[in-house]
Design a protein around this ligand. Structure first.
Ligand SMILES: *Cc1c(COP(=O)(O)O)cnc(C)c1O
Length: 360
């Protein structure tokens, strides 16, 4: 399958910029040297700036998909003496619950439907918790939570604030200092628009103080922090993806910084949502991020059929859901190297599919 022939609107992997693709076509360099240490330092510096991390924050680079970042954070920062409140608004929240269960971390599952947690103070189950774990954007349904409201709640209750920002970084605002976030989990294949395989954990000084001795070799943060002081990782990093990350972070700065990429994602998302108003599709949630639009067919058509037809007839890739939402919703990503013109291909395909004339 030649993916270049397809129009990509899946929420990870996403459409990658040309300069990222070009690096992927090159030889992978040796990395135990000062040249590569400079790459790591540059990635760390730019990432800390991107999320406005507090002074003294650090970045850990893991060669693994985003879930490893989620699990490693729970393993290194929480133990049986903690009690975590885990927001579960879908598949990725569920995953954090499973991770806590796997590592026997005392936790309370906080099931969320139809709320962006602006009123977390009243909505959260009562109890003594010392940490909050949340996916800022619950990608399984396209639901964005209120990072500031959760931050205030954490500050008031003296909780460690852990945010999986994987599917909203660089498309939706995230500011560690403003929201009081202690841990940010990121990964390469969503808004950062790189190939999958690298995840990044950003730790504030408060989170760094909580890093413990743990029973794991590969996921031991202390090793990563020690090696990181000289711009290295304990084991072979995803060298090429690190080089692509450096290029992508430079690109973001050149384009006007993260505010500019957020603005672009917002414009594209609004353009898409406005343009499909005449189609029998409606938004699934009022709390959509710029990163993605989740749609429900209103004419009884199966969402899964629409996804398959778009791929077969128009070479347009959008994302289906599994389980009970299989026929109810599908998702359209606005992450990555996105423009209105590129999005027009999907919009026109949808109008053609429904045999409705697009009025601009
Ligand atoms: C994609 C994603 C992940 C990571 O999933 P992997 O398949 O392990 O890369 C984690 N959290 C959220 C919210 C995601 O969207």
């Amino acid at each position: 399958m030649i993916y270049e022939d397809y129009y990509i609107f899946t929420p990870g992997p996403v459409k990658m910029p040309k300069e990222v693709l070009e690096i992927g076509a090159k030889q992978t360099p040796y990395f135990r040297n000062s040249k590569f240490s400079e790459v790591t330092f540059e990635c760390e510096r730019a990432l800390l700036k991107l999320v406005n991390a507090p002074k003294g924050s650090r970045v850990i680079f893991l060669t693994a998909s985003g879930t490893a970042g989620m699990e490693a954070v729970v393993m290194n920062l929480l133990n049986k003496d903690d009690n975590a409140l885990v927001v579960n608004g879908g598949g990725f929240g569920e995953r954090f619950v499973k991770i806590c269960k796997t590592h026997k971390i005392p936790h309370k599952e906080f099931k969320v439907v139809n709320s962006n947690l602006t009123n977390i103070e009243v909505e959260a189950p009562k109890g003594e918790y010392n940490s909050l774990i949340v996916n800022a954007h619950e990608t399984s349904v396209g639901h964005l939570y209120d990072l500031n409201a959760m931050g205030k709640y954490c500050a008031k209750n003296d909780m460690l604030y852990i945010v999986d920002a994987i599917s909203m970084l660089v498309t939706d605002p995230l500011d560690m200092q403003t929201s009081g976030i202690d841990v940010v989990i990121a990964s390469s294949q969503k808004g950062l628009a790189l190939p999958p395989g690298l995840s990044m954990v950003i730790l504030s000084p408060k989170a760094l103080d909580r890093v413990r001795d743990i029973n794991s070799l590969y996921f031991n943060f202390k090793d990563y922090l020690d090696n990181g002081e000289r711009g290295q990782t304990p084991y072979t990093p995803a060298v090429t993806i690190m080089l692509q990350l450096e290029a992508r972070l430079k690109q973001i700065e050149r384009l006007g910084g993260v505010d500019a990429t957020i603005k672009n994602a917002k414009e594209v998302a609004e353009y898409f949502r406005e343009s499909i108003k005449d189609l029998p599709l409606k938004p699934y949630t009022p709390y959509m991020p710029n990163a993605m639009t989740t749609l429900t067919p209103t004419d009884g058509k199966s969402a899964m059929d629409i996804v398959n037809d778009l791929e077969e007839r128009y070479k347009v890739m959008v994302c289906p859901n599994g389980g009970e939402l299989r026929d109810k919703i599908f998702r359209v990503s606005h992450m990555g190297d996105m423009t209105k013109e590129y999005t027009d291909v999907l919009i026109n395909a949808l109008y053609d599919y429904y045999n409705i004339e697009r009025v601009k």
